[in-house]
Design a binder for this molecule. Structure first.
Ligand code: HEM
Length: 635
């Protein structure tokens, strides 16, 4: 008996020794490659981009560890803390430089927050490839524009990109103005609110619904209504369950319900594939599976609805952007068809999902954060309102023109507000690339380094967008830092001194597969930065095709709301309305400051779960302009 235990133990020790020696051998190979690269590097025992199980659970271990003071100096918990990694790029940059490697047994990881390097990483598409395997988490309905590479990606892009044309944008503008007003109407009907004063516990779910509605109408040609709106308005555009509360027999959830469940639990779909969910006894898994199937069915039904619309010739009459139209047309073709590229029926579903997914939470989070920053910075909000007034005057939003008003609004404090929010809190804190083949040369700051084979690269959006070397800045008014790049300062977008190094040269821009995603933000009104510096929408061929869509959407929503309303933080945690009424200017300022501190702390505690977002909520109050309680105290 004893001898069996002894043999077992020896076997176990042997396995551990074998495992350790293979890990050590891999680590020393990676260290040798890092040494040859010419880049600074650090060694970590944990791989830089851990798996999905780690992503889903790491907060449990690392949250408490970060509270333990000595660990704050350690590098590896910061690297492994995926949800909070957006918080550390400056520390990393100060310790290791703008481009550095982290070497672990299973991986060489590179981070870049250098504009010159960023330009090469985003434009040399064949040298620095998109690692589509990392996108499995969002690939739940199969490969799409976001999650393919090479010729397959070009086929998807050729079909999907034209839908984001200039012609479509006026529809985004109109629908966003409508949705902004509808959102206010919903707030006014919350119990205890009036149309003159509206307390909203958390604007995030509302901006999420607003963004979903805009994409649904402008992207899919299907108008969505807010709860309480009369569904008869939809007429022949009603698709039961998709945009109505009434379900058809085959469905148990509305489209919005199924989409919401899916978005909230998407990480679990990466860990538990559909085949596992089908046999799982847990209610949570059953609900997730149901929402997955429902969503897929809804997209199929929408696609059939589009086929019928196409047959009736309705889509051109409506003049909708209708991403779905070109997708459905392409799905009628075969791979051999000479009329143009094809999509399979499943690819129509996967691309529809990805457009909703990529364009919904991103815009929603930025709109939500713009609200909070404007409520924190009342003086800046007042300046934005003056700018809006100076452009639209007393005209009602129905008369606002896409051609003349949008560009003018953008080039004011309004555009500065949106850009500054995208700079400070980009929804994607970084985007990945990988070196698949031979080591790749990378030139920046007058030297050329060699990025090793299989290096996983993160182009650090947050890193470069908070780097004082490339941005106009002043000493921080909120901390003891010598720069204010960790603070929300929209005025920097009116800086005349473009404090930048010379424009980095693009080695491969204008390549045959790059799409024109230029935007009105390249005009002279706001600060224009060299390539690779302001990259919330990425750059190069794989840049976001929805850039202009979201800029127009957020501009319209902010303009239509702040034309009539002001936004203040709710301070009822510290003082009732009656108490505030009796307060002097100084007392009001002091109580508001408590709200500001709390809201700032909540924003700073945001986490990146695919997209960077706030976890807590802060209540705010929209009041008719002229009826503010605190705005005057800050002027
Ligand atoms: C504030 C809003 C938005 C931000 C910050 C943003 C950011 C980005 C970024 C950084 C990428 C590159 C991702 C990567 O390479 O991994 C991307 C890709 C993409 N975005 Fe956006 N996006 C926004 C809004 C939208 C909207 C409104 C839509 C659609 C209506 C959209 C659709 C897409 C698609 C389809 C891709 C994949 C493009 C490709 O791989 O060729 N995005 N976005």
């Amino acid at each position: 008996m004893l001898s069996y235990v002894a043999i077992g133990l020896v076997g176990l020790v042997g396995l551990v020794v074998f495992w350790l020696s293979t890990k050590l051998a891999a680590l020393s190979r990676n260290i040798a490659a890092a040494k040859q690269s010419g880049l600074p590097y650090r060694i970590s025992i944990i791989d830089g981009v851990p798996g999905y199980l780690w992503i889903a659970t790491h907060n449990l271990f690392l949250g408490p560890l970060h509270k333990f003071t000595p660990s704050r100096r350690w590098l590896w918990p910061k690297l492994a803390h995926v949800h909070r990694s957006w918080y550390y790029p400056q520390e990393m940059r100060e310790a290791l430089g703008e481009v550095y490697l982290i070497v672990s047994p299973g991986q060489i990881f590179m981070s870049s927050s250098n504009p010159e390097a960023n330009v090469q990483l985003t434009t040399r598409r064949r040298d620095f490839v998109k690692p589509v395997e990392l996108y499995a988490i969002v690939d739940i309905f199969g490969p799409s524009l976001l999650t393919t590479e090479g010729d397959d990606w070009k086929r998807h892009r050729k079909i999907v990109a034209p839908a984001f044309s200039e012609k479509s944008n006026s529809l985004v503008w109109k629908e966003s103005l409508r949705q902004g007003l509808a959102m206010v109407d919903v707030w006014s009907k919350i119990e205890g609110n009036t149309s003159g004063s509206m307390k909203v516990q958390d604007t995030a779910p509302y901006t999420a619904t607003m963004a979903l509605h805009v994409i649904s109408a402008a992207g899919f040609g299907v108008r969505q209504l807010w709860a309480g709106e009369n569904e008869e308005k939809l007429g022949s555009n009603a698709i039961p369950g998709f945009n109505t509360s009434k379900l058809v027999e085959s469905h148990a959830m509305t489209f919005k319900e199924s989409l919401k469940t899916l978005l909230h639990s998407i990480i679990w779909l990466a860990i538990f594939p559909v085949s596992l969910l089908q046999i799982s006894p847990f209610e949570l898994h059953k609900k997730l599976l149901r929402s997955y199937v429902e969503c897929s069915d809804y997209f199929s039904e929408l696609s059939e609805f589009k086929v019928r619309q196409l047959e009736r010739g309705e889509m051109t009459e409506q003049g909708t952007m209708d991403v779905m139209g070109p997708l459905v047309k392409a799905s009628e073709r075969s791979p051999e068809d000479s009329k143009g590229p094809y999509l399979t029926k499943q690819e129509v579903i996967s691309n529809s999902w990805i457009i909703l997914f990529a364009g919904h939470e991103t815009s929603a989070n930025i709109a939500h954060l713009c609200f909070l920053f404007l409520a924190i910075e009342l003086e800046k909000q007042a300046r934005m309102q003056e700018d809006i007034d100076s452009i639209v005057g007393s005209r009602s939003s129905e008369e606002w023109s896409y051609d003349t008003d949008l560009g003018r609004l953008w080039n004011t404090m309004l555009g500065a507000t949106i850009n500054e929010t995208l700079r400070l809190m980009p929804p994607l804190i970084d985007f990945p690339k990988i070196v698949r083949g031979a080591p790749q040369p990378l030139t920046f700051d007058g030297k050329t380094v060699s990025v090793p084979t299989s290096t996983m690269i993160h182009v650090s959006t947050v890193g470069v967008q908070r780097n004082p070397r490339y941005w106009p800045s002043s000493p921080s008014k909120l901390s003891n830092k010598t720069h204010d790049l960790d603070d929300w300062v929209p005025e920097r977008w009116f800086s005349s001194t473009k404090k930048t190094t010379e424009k980095p040269s693009s080695t491969d821009s204008g390549s045959e597969d790059s799409e024109n995603t230029t935007s009105f933000d390249t005009s002279d009104g706001l600060l224009v930065l060299p390539k690779g510096v302001f990259i919330p929408f990425a750059e190069g061929a794989r840049a976001c095709p929805g850039r202009r869509f979201s800029q127009i959407e957020i501009t319209a929503v902010l303009a239509v709301i702040f034309k009539t309303y002001s936004l203040e933080l709710d301070v009822s945690e510290w003082a009732s309305d009656a108490q505030v009424e009796k307060m002097s200017k100084e007392e009001r300022r002091a109580v508001y400051q408590k709200g500001i501190n709390k809201a700032r702390n909540l924003i700073a505690a945001s986490q990146s779960e695919i997209f960077l977002k706030m976890r807590g909520k802060y209540p705010v109050r929209f009041v008719k302009r002229g009826e503010e309680k605190f705005m005057g105290c800050f002027s």
